[in-house]
Design a protein around this ligand. Structure first.
Ligand SMILES: *Cc1c(COP(=O)(O)O)cnc(C)c1O
Length: 365
């Protein structure tokens, strides 16, 4: 069975280097925060071309701390796309704010800038834009709206490491950028990890204090903090992987672009990739009329597919109290009912790519 994503191949390709990096952390017992986590912060900020990065324990914490840094809290509203992984909405929710869901466009499947303004009230504080599936959202239009209404923009870059919008790295466009290094993301830890990046160093300083039990100096707690530090081993592993990220991204693009060129089946619809963006193909999502049946068909051909995501955020049980109904975000709902994710990861062999293309082209419904 060809897996949707096979992390073991990457581990085996770089095993010695990874184990050496982990051993160095063990030798120094720099397990929580410390030198290796700090070093990765510097390297990651340099990679993005941003002033500062704060490594944290996961991408969900990154979003929560970004909200805190902007002063989002009780009584505030934050615009979030309906089509995203649920953690995009957890950030504002944890602070006591309310996520307000906006539909995606019919073609890019990213937040629809034309539907944002109708959701803005005097309580709206920020917009969380998500570069979903590794495809940058229409940042220019979102920024215009944010400026007109005095709102902050946080980019959820959990799926967009290295993706560019008009030549600029995602994560460096808005007020703050939030990354996840969950296993399977384009850049990932051997466990959990995340980062918040910004050109505004005061945000990153505040986040570094919150994540470290509210301390700048150990045992002196300036604010009520959290335990959200990055682990040393994760920093060391991420420093190894970061060196290969561009190479992995190139391979992802090759495979993604081949799918786009060679999958020709009228039953299959693909995401639009506007010319002013450079996507990084985190997930290759297609739409088919009968999604579950297609997943079974592909499994029969020895190809594992998943579905990202079968329920849009506004219809999740966790947010039932917000009172959304079916029909509130029709494009996101349609996508949720018809999406299927094809295998795509840098270590895929050419024959495997061809196998996926052929199976898609032979699908008759
Ligand atoms: C993975 C992901 C997150 C959460 O990151 P974790 O590290 O798993 O907490 C947030 N938003 C999006 C869009 C994601 O894909």
């Amino acid at each position: 069975m060809l897996k949707r994503i096979d992390l073991g191949r990457n581990y085996r390709n770089h095993k010695e280097e990874y184990l050496k990096a982990i051993e160095a952390v063990c030798e120094e017992t720099a397990f929580s925060g410390g030198r290796f986590a700090d070093k990765f912060d510097e390297e990651f900020a340099a990679y993005l071309g941003v002033r500062a990065a704060a490594g944290v324990d996961n991408g969900t914490s990154a979003l929560q701390l970004a909200m805190l840094a902007l002063g989002v809290g009780e009584g505030d509203e934050v615009i979030v796309p309906a089509n995203t992984y649920i953690a995009s909405a957890w950030g504002p929710t944890y602070t006591g704010a309310t996520p307000v869901f906006v539909d995606c466009t019919k073609d890019t499947w990213e937040i629809d800038p034309d539907r944002i303004e109708e959701k803005i009230t005097e309580k709206t504080k920020a917009i969380i834009g998500v570069h979903l599936y590794g495809q940058p959202f229409e940042f220019g239009k979102v920024k215009e709206i944010a400026e007109r209404h005095g709102l902050f923009i946080v980019e959820d870059c959990a799926q967009s490491h290295g993706a560019k919008y008009e030549g600029r790295m995602t994560g460096t466009l808005g007020d703050l950028g939030c990354f996840s290094f969950y296993p399977g993301k384009n850049l990932y830890a051997f466990g959990e990890g995340g980062s918040v990046v910004s050109d505004k160093e005061e945000y990153i300083d505040a986040i570094n204090t919150w994540k470290n039990q509210g301390c700048k100096v150990t045992y002196y707690h300036d604010v009520v903090g959290y335990n959200m530090r990055m682990e040393g081993i994760q920093g060391a592993v991420l420093s190894v992987s970061l060196k290969y990220l561009d190479e992995w991204t190139r391979r992802r693009k090759e495979i993604g672009e081949r799918y786009i060129r060679e999958i020709k089946n009228p039953r299959i619809t693909m995401q639009a990739h506007p010319a002013n963006t450079e996507p990084v193909y985190h997930l290759f999502v297609i739409m088919v009329p009968e999604a579950e049946q297609f997943v079974e068909y592909m499994a029969g051909k020895g190809i594992e597919c998943h579905r990202h995501y079968p329920v849009p955020c506004h219809l999740q049980k966790a947010y039932a109290h917000l009172g959304y109904r079916e029909g509130d975000c029709p494009n996101a709902e349609y996508l949720a009912a018809h999406c299927v994710t094809l295998p795509l990861f840098p270590e895929m062999e050419e024959e495997e790519v061809e196998m996926v293309i052929e199976a898609c082209n032979k699908y008759e419904g």
